[in-house]
Design a protein around this ligand. Structure first.
Ligand code: ATP
Ligand code: MG
Length: 450
């Protein structure tokens, strides 16, 4: 039978709407898991207790009173005169702590709404005493006042309320609710201690995603500790790998410089037609080596985040670029407050992007935009842009697209975009390539979380 074909029975999807009412945080969910069973248990116990146990006790107690009153009434009826009837009734009633009066006024049946055993008392009395006229439980709540018709007129019987129903039945319920509440509170406090390590782990992992290393100490239950340990191992492994890559790249670049310098020296002493070509090759190699070194430093450049005013920062970048002879203008600049940013690395990333824009196009525009939950540095140019299918490739290290297009401007190493992308990720953000609607060239967005 196919699994999807299930016409009968509840599917979990049917309860999907419930999800929107559920708390999202771990605290809320844990509290719910804790409180729901306790409250349900209390409800069930209360209902069953009142329904069964409590009602049955009331009925049993009232039945005993019915027997006594029936005896009083039958003795009164057996008497000849009113006085003899009252005398006979008293003889039985007095030792039973019951007061009687004859003849007397009728009584109307009434009880308070909150008196939930009262219903049972009245119905049991009515059933057991066929000549009952009325029962008053309201006028004096500590007493039960009955009027019964006898052969000698209306007989009034008054007895204490605690003879027909247990007193203060709600005490147990109040006690239960109060202890339930106290227990929930205590459990919640314990639970909070258990949840704290999970939240700390989440914070440390989130910070690491943004390139910050928060101190993290293993704590909490075994499972949380295991997750924390795995996280710490992962963090140090990633750190180690970055360090190794940096060391290797800078080592190689550094070691290549010495033979290159020797080559250049040797070349300058050569008298040959091929000398200029060789010289150009050496220049190219030096530029590449410089590029590698720069790339390696992008990781090594672990500048600590500092408070940066993004608006001032953008103006500073544009001015610097203009002074370097680039045709850079400012577009929209959102009014954003100071925030912690790695100024040096960000400047390096954006310089690279501005360099690309003016190298592959003729003018560039720099904007600062506030998006939903992020801030974006946007650089647009009027160059040829990058085709959609080449964008992923262009972000990789040492990727140079379409040699022909940059011939006259000298070919790059292919690291600019990948450095910018690395830096964006180090901030917990990313680099996005698109088309500039206004200028017609490439649009690069460096997106950072707010
Ligand atoms: N603004 C742009 N317009 C068009 N093509 C671009 C633009 N920016 C980058 N590209 C393309 O993407 C490729 C990769 O760019 P990237 O900046 O990583 O390297 P590069 O500019 O070649 O060298 P460098 O390391 O000197 O920056 C470039 O070779 C170029 O073909
Ligand atoms: Mg470049």
């Amino acid at each position: 039978m196919s699994q999807t074909n299930r016409p009968h029975g509840a599917n979990w999807r049917d309860f999907a709407w419930l999800k929107q009412f559920m708390p999202r945080g771990l605290y809320g969910r844990a509290a719910l898991i804790l409180i729901v069973p306790i409250v349900s248990l209390q409800l069930v116990v209360s209902v069953v207790f009142i329904q069964r146990h409590f009602n049955r006790i009331t009925v049993q107690m009232t039945d005993a009173v019915v027997a006594e009153v029936s005896l009083i009434v039958s003795q009164a009826n057996a008497s000849k005169t009113v006085d003899q009837a009252l005398e006979a009734a008293r003889r039985i009633a007095t030792p039973l702590d019951t007061r009687v009066a004859l003849p007397s006024d009728p009584v109307t049946t009434q009880r308070q709404l909150s008196d939930f055993t009262g219903t049972r008392v009245v119905s049991t009395l009515e059933q057991g005493l066929s000549d009952l006229i009325g029962v008053d439980l309201e006028t004096n709540r500590a007493l039960v006042t009955m009027a019964i018709s006898t052969d000698h007129g209306i007989l009034r019987v008054v007895l204490n309320r605690d003879r027909v129903s247990a007193t203060n039945p709600h005490q147990l319920l109040v006690l239960m609710v109060v202890t339930g509440f106290l227990m929930t509170l205590i459990a919640y406090l314990f639970l909070r201690n258990q949840l704290r390590p999970i939240r700390r782990l989440a914070r440390a992992a989130e910070a690491f995603g943004k390139g910050q290393v928060l101190p993290y100490r293993l704590a909490g239950a075994t499972e949380v500790r295991a997750a924390g340990k795995a996280f710490l191992d992962m963090r140090s492994r990633i750190d180690r790998q970055i360090e190794q890559r940096t060391l290797m790249l800078s080592g190689v670049s550094h070691d290549l410089r010495t033979p290159l310098t020797r080559l250049r020296l040797g070349l300058s002493m050569l008298e040959d037609d091929a000398r200029d070509d060789l010289q150009r090759d050496v220049d190219e190699m030096e530029r590449l080596v410089d590029g590698f070194l720069g790339f390696a430093q992008a990781d090594a450049l672990e500048d600590a985040p500092e408070q940066v005013d993004p608006v001032e920062f953008v103006h500073h970048l544009a001015e610097n670029a203009q002074r370097a002879g680039m045709n850079v203008t400012l577009g929209e600049v959102a009014d954003l407050d100071e925030r912690p940013l790695r100024r040096a690395s960000l400047e390096r990333a954006l310089d690279n992007l501005l360099g690309n824009a003016t190298r592959y196009g003729s003018r560039a525009r720099l904007s600062l935009i506030q998006g939903r939950g992020d801030l974006r540095f946007v650089i647009e140019d009027d160059g040829p842009g990058i085709a959609v299918e080449d964008r992923e490739e262009a972000l990789k290290p040492f990727a140079r697209l379409d040699k022909a297009r940059n011939q006259n401007k000298g070919s790059g190493v292919g690291l600019g975009l990948s450095i910018a992308s690395d830096i964006a990720r180090g901030h917990g953000g990313h680099l996005r390539l698109g088309d500039s609607a206004d200028l017609g060239g490439l649009k690069v967005e460096l997106v950072l979380p707010l």
